[in-house]
Design a binder for this molecule. Structure first.
Ligand code: 3PG
Length: 399
């Protein structure tokens, strides 16, 4: 009846911050990976006799109730996965939350409505955040921080509440940090990093940091085109960040100087439009130096996919963040599939980080067990690898 770091929890109200921010289409959950990853901690606490109160966010509502971002479907799915009833409070800290928590018996679980329905959750103002954290803390006797995907956010339910209650790190956060530490401290070599996703500007800190640590850096996704443009190529209608051209040139130069192999795709899958609605994709493949002016790149091509797979073959440590193309559409999924496939064959530590790449792995039908670790954190794992301080972790160590 004890939870490591908290001691006796039986009969106590334990607030658990989980990251249940899952992709939804209407009220249908399209990937429940984060909910499944949150189950063990919640189950362990409930089995120990705690009255478990789960706080989480969904999307980015504007600090007020918004039905489109309700956690109700998520709470229902959590109940299915736990195999027990899960109560749902229709507000965050108001009458419904108070009554729901008061009605909990030992070993029962409740989920509060989306904490971001309250402006205090994400406020930059310490007092406003603190006021909301006080109300959250009043619902519980202890706090377990288990939402790894949000530990990089200085938010009331992640940061301030830990200053107000006896607290500990949950098992999921501990496991995630353990893996990321192995990546940063002394990775077995060759250490290969695969970065995708649409924007270079989201990955600047990570590229900066990894240029000194990784042996190979394979680039895919939308950010390819800013690199290609930085090398002087035409990229047609592809996504391009003009303001990052100099940065990309600098990365290419630094990689050369440091002896890091920075690979860009040699061929690209193109179309004349971004896939949407009923429009039938008409993919073509061109050398990456010959993207027609009326086309845009939507995936890495087959030659590049083969090159990337080969670059991964002898890796002993791999970190992958960000899809190689618009994998949600079959015609543009091959690059991401090839990288995922290559990762499953690596003899060593493979870490898939980031909501999108984790979802890609699952929706493309791969067995999660074939990967060493699938992180529940996107921004959080990137910020860790950048060497940034994560407020949700430091607060646990400080107070
Ligand atoms: C994520 O999806 O990366 C986390 O749940 C954090 O969400 P946020 O970027 O809206 O803070």
């Amino acid at each position: 009846t004890e939870y490591a770091g908290l001691g006796e929890v039986s009969g106590k109200r334990v607030l658990v911050r989980s990251d249940l921010n899952v992709p939804l289409e209407g009220t249908t959950i399209t990937d429940d990976g984060r909910i499944r990853a949150s189950v063990p901690t919640i189950r362990e606490l409930a089995d120990a006799g705690a009255r478990v109160v789960v706080a989480a966010h969904l999307g980015r509502p504007k600090g007020e109730p918004d039905a489109a971002y309700s956690l109700a479907p998520v709470a229902a799915r959590l109940g299915e996965l736990l195999g027990r009833d899960v109560a749902f409070a229709t507000d965050t800290v108001g009458e419904s939350a108070q009554a729901t928590v008061a009605a909990l018996e030992d070993g029962q679980v409740a989920v509060l409505e989306n904490v971001r329905f309250n402006a205090g959750e994400t406020s930059k103002d310490d007092a406003e955040r603190g006021a909301f954290a006080n109300r959250l803390a009043a619902l519980a006797d202890a706090f377990v921080s288990d939402g790894f995907g949000v530990v990089h956010r200085k938010q009331a339910s992640v940061y301030d509440v830990a200053q107000r209650l006896p607290h500990t790190m949950g098992g999921l956060v501990a496991a995630e940090i353990d893996v990321l530490r192995r990546l940063t401290l002394d990775p077995e070599r060759p250490y290969v990093v695969v970065l995708g996703g649409s924007k270079v500007s989201d990955k600047l800190g990570v590229i900066d940091n990894l240029l000194g640590k990784a042996d190979k850096l394979l680039i895919g996704g939308g950010m390819v085109f800013t690199f290609l443009a930085a090398e002087g190529h035409e990229v047609g209608k592809s996504i391009l960040e003009e303001d990052q051209l100099d940065t990309c040139r600098d990365y290419l130069r630094r990689a050369r100087d440091a002896g890091v192999e920075l690979l860009l795709p040699s061929d690209i899958i193109i179309d004349t439009e971004f896939p949407s609605g009923d429009r039938r994709p008409a993919p073509g493949v061109v050398p990456s130096s010959e993207i027609p002016s009326d086309c845009l790149g939507l995936d890495i091509g087959p030659a590049s996919a083969a090159t990337y797979a080969k670059a991964l073959a002898d890796a002993r440590t791999v970190f992958w963040n960000g899809p190689m193309g618009v994998f949600e559409v079959d015609a543009f999924a091959a690059g991401t599939k090839a990288v995922a496939e290559a990762l499953t064959k690596v003899d060593g530590l493979t870490v898939v980080g980031g909501g999108d790449s984790a979802a890609a792995v699952r929706t493309l039908g791969f067995d999660e067990a074939a990967f060493g670790h699938i992180s529940t954190g996107g921004g959080a794992s990137l910020e860790y690898l950048e060497g940034k301080e994560l407020p949700g972790i430091t607060v646990l160590e400080e107070s």
